[in-house]
Design a protein around this ligand. Structure first.
Ligand SMILES: [Zn+2]
Length: 129
């Protein structure tokens, strides 16, 4: 017997997640504020941590990977643009600021993208609502 509810395609889930929408139904308003996720989606009632206290660890990992990739990419572009007269002192100051700010800026996106990835590989169950 097939489910009467059609699940969003993986690409749709990820696109919704990248725009901070619910990867299950596309609703907005998943965050109380930039760093605080609502407990459930207001439209489909999906538990946004899926009822798993370790769910945050996956989002943290995605956040760390994205922050490091942004740092490495930005540093590489900067070095190529100014080589061989590299302003090492400026790079040091900007790098410290970037490593502090980039995880904060990308945090909500990594939470929703991680949720979307989790839903793709482990589709929602009745206990997720
Ligand atoms: Zn939803």
């Amino acid at each position: 017997m097939t489910s009467p509810i059609s699940l969003p395609a993986p690409g749709t889930r990820l696109a919704w997640a990248l725009t901070l929408r619910c990867p299950e139904c596309g609703a907005r308003g998943l965050f109380r504020h930039w760093l605080r996720l609502q407990p459930r989606c207001g439209r489909c009632a999906l538990k946004l941590d899926r009822g798993n206290p370790d769910h945050f660890v996956g989002a943290y990992l995605v956040n760390l990977i994205i922050a490091e990739l942004l740092f490495a990419g930005g540093l590489g572009v900067w070095l190529l643009a100014v080589w061989p007269d590299v302003p090492w002192d400026s790079i040091e100051h900007v790098a410290v600021a970037a490593m502090i700010l980039s995880p904060l800026v990308t945090y909500p996106f990594t939470r929703t993208v991680w949720l979307a990835a989790d839903l793709i590989f482990d589709p929602p169950k009745a206990t997720d609502r």
